[in-house]
Write a protein that binds this ligand. Structure first.
Ligand SMILES: [Zn+2]
Length: 1079
């Protein structure tokens, strides 16, 4: 039946295969049958998709064909009528059969294929067929190794010739087979030892030189692939380097750059160049932070032994060449991390401290036992100010301000004076924490320094605390400040120290229209900050303030080939070192005067981070960030000043010690820049800046020994180029919009002054002192009781709590901007805010890691610990802010007042949008694929309500990005601990992107272009903070019993009539239509 008609059916096909394998090739009649079967199979398998081949493979097709090959090869002389179609079939099936190599071994066919190849060396058509099969055999490393041992590579090098237009098909097949063989390390080693690497380079050069019309790109690329695999081993890389491989490839790539269809060649060559670039240590004395801090007690300040994120320097270092298309590579790993032990998920751990210790937290909840008589007395003395009042620049006469000695006449008349007759001390009553006073270890000097505003002047500090000097020599500066006497200005050589005049001039110029910012308050607060380096200067943007630009910028479109261009430029340092300067122009560890004729860098100010700058070429600088204090890692955050620039010249900056595997900088995110000149001309703005941005692994390595870990570490380069807007400007560059500790403290000062004390209950206390001796503020915000009636006082006391924290990770400045939005909204006169204050008592720790923020850390506190991994068992000595925040939560929980909502604000460096992480037992078990017994595991789904509401009311928020899984690796985070130990159902981490949104209002589509997101600015982040508050109000209305008045007021404000009707029917849905009008 088989020889008569072609059988199209798969069942017949499998029968065919099985028969074929055992077919004895004995007579000429048999030959006809065999040829027939081969032709039918060929027809069958050349049609359609790979599904047929997979079917044949699953039915033992590979084995049958190999057996047929063995039989056919035994005939003497070999019958090529049969062998050729058979080899073609084997090559085709073998390509799709993952276990083909193993099957070849089992059938003992390696020798057969090799001897066929050897025999056919002189016959190109036959040879090509053998080579195809050889190639698929080598796909299995063991089989490949065996072929290598038996002389396959020697054979191939007889076939691969220098440039020739003859037999290119055969040459191509041989190169393909060689590349497959070189995937085996032992073959690579053998190839290097026999000198084949040099041979490959010569062959590549020859083809590159002679193939001027680019007809044989596949052959050139094939040779490169051989080089790529051979250089996966250390010996290969060294030999490649020693054989001038870098020069050869680099030079050849230069010829290819102008031709777009040579991209495959350029990409592969660039990959090899990158891999073979000699590995170096970072050009720093030690990778440990330049700053260290002696820890209290016997705590070890040596960095813990931490491995890097799962990758190690191995011989087979293989890197995906793609430009990071897939963002969610880690989703599989996450699944293994899920907590699937129901008992662990449900257990409630015991108190981590003696119960009587909780009593002291009563002092942080004064609202529960408030004597409103005294409170009223106090507030009546306060100036009643409109809620958005911005203090005048000269309205605060703080004893420690630099300009305190300047008389009023110097400063000009003070129109704001009238409003502020109340002395500073009375409106800012210091409420000290009870245990602060009892801490005997702290000396009196510390005590004085710790006062919220330093009360006693420390002469050793005050005379040097100043603003970073401005470019007084610059023509634009003279023109701005001394328009009439340009010639007579003699800039002081004292530079940074001589700035009172500058400051006075500046304040006269200050626009005073930046909401919630006061340079005076900022400077006063900054003065009291305790930093490891002992900062003496203010960064201009923090002092002067930032105003969001009136536009948002879409994500940067990535230029084709930008990464390889940058890598090639890096390689050029090695090949053409003629223009390489290589001088250190800034070094935290060795502060010698800056070199002339280049950019000047500076970073010794709050949140500043730049350790070293090396001028590579005239307009190119390598920058190294400082590790977190007491640590040897965590580099990603940067913030520094740069001056002495030329205008309209693109400067290239490379931050060469980044650590994350990937970054939003590869997806259109830009860094931020602030120009002092622009600010002084009325545009005080951080703007998204930088072109040709990309992020890639570089050739710097950190050995296990130096890194203090088990494994070595890789480093990554963030590269960008910037054209500065003005000549001789002073500019600041940062990873993200900076928000310093002093910014936060002065912001709180302004909020306190601006609030309406008759309506807003506001209490600022010190939760505790940080290790570095800085106060960590705790805020209590709610509505003042309506009256002193018992009912009103009771309503006041019984409001549920909302507990908010932020900025435990110092590099996540976006979290602080969101918190700023929350705070401003909460104390505002917005009717929704008024309502919200009547619903809740807010406990807020706006900055859980002040020391980290101050000292420019990315992730840790001064103890070198990630504070968001300490919530299970925080140490009162090493992690005081976490210890006491948890203590306060314990206390609330112990008196039956655990918060309705807990939320810790963070920033996410890899993802887009704003979203929540919450905790759900059921979702965790489902995700992990565990059976869930719904009778045993019951769960309130109320944790989903708030994110659902936010999805509707907050433009940047995306419900789909949220996750409610409990990971083992997150067991010690605030979210999981508060959920588990305090039983808070709605315990969240709120993550804000550094980059942009992929959904909703902030995703824009331009005609004929891919839709892209707007890069979030401070305005959008602050808006998120205020919308979070709105979300809380709606949550309250939906989830808690409310008075009729409250519902009526809310209905009026939010147009929630439908909502209320719905509620009556016990089925509530948020009406998105109505929710926009409130704010
Ligand atoms: Zn974080």
């Amino acid at each position: 039946m088989v020889h008569c008609s072609p059988v199209q059916h798969q069942v017949s096909c499998s029968k065919l295969i099985c028969k074929f394998g055992v077919f004895p090739f004995q007579s000429s009649c048999d030959k006809d049958v065999i040829l027939n079967i081969l032709s039918v199979l060929t027809d069958l398998l050349s049609l359609g998709t790979g599904r047929r081949i997979h079917y044949v493979v699953s039915k033992g097709g590979s084995e049958a064909l190999l057996q047929a090959l063995a039989t056919a090869a035994r005939t003497e002389p070999p019958d090529h009528d049969i062998l050729l179609p058979l080899l073609r079939l084997l090559a085709r099936v073998g390509q799709r059969d993952r276990k083909f190599g193993l099957k070849v071994q089992k059938a003992e066919a390696t020798d057969i294929i090799l001897s066929l190849t050897r025999r056919d060396l002189g016959h190109h058509l036959h040879l090509t067929h053998c080579l195809w099969v050889l190639r698929v055999c080598a796909s299995n490393v063991t089989t490949g190794t065996m072929l290598g041992i038996n002389g396959a590579m020697e054979l191939l090098f007889k076939v691969i010739t220098p440039y020739s237009k003859r037999h290119v098909r055969t040459v191509r097949a041989a190169i393909g087979a060689l590349a497959a063989l070189l995937k085996s390390k032992s073959n690579s080693r053998r190839a290097v030892n026999r000198g084949y690497l040099g041979e490959l380079l010569r062959l590549y050069q020859d083809w590159h030189r002679n193939d001027v019309s680019n007809n044989y790109i596949y052959i050139r690329r094939g040779l490169l692939l051989c080089l790529k695999y051979i250089t996966n081993i250390q010996l290969g890389r060294e030999t490649f380097f020693g054989s001038r491989g870098m020069e050869i490839l680099f030079t050849s790539v230069q010829d290819c750059l102008s031709c777009k269809n040579l991209d495959p060649i350029i990409t592969t060559a660039t990959h090899i160049l990158r891999k073979c670039y000699p590995k170096e240590h970072l050009p720093v004395v030690t990778v440990r932070s330049s700053y260290s801090f002696p820890l209290p007690g016997n705590a070890n300040s040596e960095p813990p032994c931490e491995g890097s994120e799962g990758d190690s320097e191995s011989e087979g270092e293989e890197e995906a060449e793609k430009d990071w298309e897939n963002e969610d590579v880690d989703s599989k790993e996450e699944d293994c991390d899920l907590e699937t032990d129901v008992n662990k998920l449900r257990s409630r751990p015991v108190l981590d401290r003696p119960e009587q210790e909780l009593e002291k937290y009563e002092a942080l909840c004064a609202e529960l036992s408030q004597n409103f008589q005294s409170l009223e007395d106090r507030t009546e003395n306060l100036p009643s100010t409109p809620s958005h009042f911005i203090p005048r620049a000269t309205s605060v006469k703080h004893p420690n301000c630099r300009w305190r000695n300047q008389s009023v006449s110097e400063m000009g008349p003070d129109p704001g004076e009238q409003d502020f007759k109340v002395p500073l001390q009375s409106w800012r009553k210091k409420e000290e924490c009870i245990w602060d006073k009892n801490d005997e270890k702290r000396d009196i000097a510390d005590e004085v320094q710790d006062k919220d505003f330093c009360e006693e002047e420390d002469p050793s500090r005050s005379h040097v605390f100043a603003l970073c000097p401005l470019p007084k020599d610059a023509a634009w500066y003279k023109k701005m400040f001394y328009p009439h006497c340009e010639a007579s200005i003699n800039p002081s050589p004292a530079g940074r120290l001589e700035s009172s005049e500058v400051v006075r001039n500046l304040l006269e110029k200050h626009q005073r229209d930046i909401q919630f910012h006061s340079p005076h308050f900022y400077a006063a607060r900054a003065k009291c900050v305790k930093s490891i380096p002992g900062y003496r200067e203010l960064a201009f943007p923090d002092f002067w303030g930032h105003q969001p630009p009136p536009y948002s910028k879409p994500v940067l479109e990535r230029k084709h080939g930008v990464q390889r261009d940058k890598v090639l430029d890096d390689v050029r340092r090695l090949i053409q070192p003629g223009d390489v300067i290589g001088r250190t122009v800034f070094d935290l560890d060795d502060p010698s005067p800056a070199a002339p004729g280049c950019l000047t860098f500076f970073s010794k100010f709050e949140s500043g981070n730049l350790r070293k700058a090396i001028q590579v070429r005239e307009f190119e600088y390598d920058l190294i960030m400082n590790a977190d204090v007491n640590s040897n890692q965590h580099h990603q955050w940067f913030y520094f000043e740069v001056r002495d620039m030329k205008s309209a010249v693109p400067y290239r900056f490379n931050i060469i010690n980044c650590e994350k595997l990937n970054s939003q900088f590869n997806y259109g995110m830009q860094l931020v820049m602030y120009s002092v000149r622009e600010a002084l001309q009325g545009r005080p703005r951080w703007i998204r800046a930088g072109q040709e941005i990309c992020y890639y692994k570089n050739h710097y390595r950190c050995s296990a020994a130096a890194g203090g870990g088990v494994r070595g570490r890789f480093y990554y380069t963030l590269t960008f180029s910037i054209k500065f807007p003005h000549q001789d400007d002073v500019c600041y560059l940062a990873y993200h919009y900076p928000y310093t500790y002093s910014t936060m403290m002065s912001h709180l000062d302004i909020l306190e002054r601006n609030r309406n004390p008759k309506k807003v209950y506001w209490r600022q206390q010190t939760l505790c002192q940080t290790l570095g001796g800085n106060p960590c503020p705790l805020l209590t915000i709610t509505a003042m009781p309506e009256s002193k009636n018992r009912d009103d006082l009771e309503q006041f006391c019984n409001r549920p709590y909302v507990f908010l924290t932020a900025r435990v990770h110092p590099g996540e400045s976006n979290a602080s901007w969101v918190m700023k939005g929350t705070l401003e909204f909460l104390v505002s006169s917005d009717p929704i805010a008024e309502l919200l204050r009547k619903c809740f008592i807010f406990k807020i720790v706006p900055m859980l890691n002040p020391d980290g923020v101050i000292n420019g850390n990315l992730r840790c506190s001064l103890s070198g610990d990630d504070l968001n991994r300490q919530w299970l068992t925080p140490s009162s000595q090493l992690h005081p802010t976490i210890y006491h925040a948890k203590g306060l939560l314990y206390y609330l929980s112990s008196i039956g007042r655990a918060p309705l909502v807990f939320c810790d604000y963070h920033g996410h460096s890899q993802k887009k949008n704003v979203f929540l992480y919450g905790c759900s037992i059921k979702e965790t078990l489902w995700q992990a694929g565990c059976m869930v017994d719904t009778a045993v595991v019951t769960e309130d789904v109320g944790y989903r309500t708030l994110p659902k509401i936010l999805d509707k009311v907050a433009p940047a928020f995306v419900m789909n990005s949220c996750s409610f899984l409990v990971e083992k690796s997150r067991a010690s985070t605030a979210r999981v601990v508060v959920w588990k130990e305090m039983g808070v159902l709605r315990s969240y981490t709120m993550e804000s992107t550094y980059c942009s949104c992929s959904h909703g209002l902030y995703r824009v589509s331009k005609p004929s272009k891919k839709p892209s997101g707007l890069q979030l600015g401070t305005q959008e982040l602050e808006e998120m903070g205020s919308k979070f508050c709105l979300g809380l109000l709606i949550l309250h209305l939906k989830s808690l019993p409310c008075s009729k008045e409250l519902m009526a007021q809310a209905a009026l404000l939010l147009d929630l009539e439908e909502e209320i009707t719905d509620r009556a029917q016990r089925s509530v849905t948020v009406v998105s239509r109505g929710l926009c009008c409130g704010n």
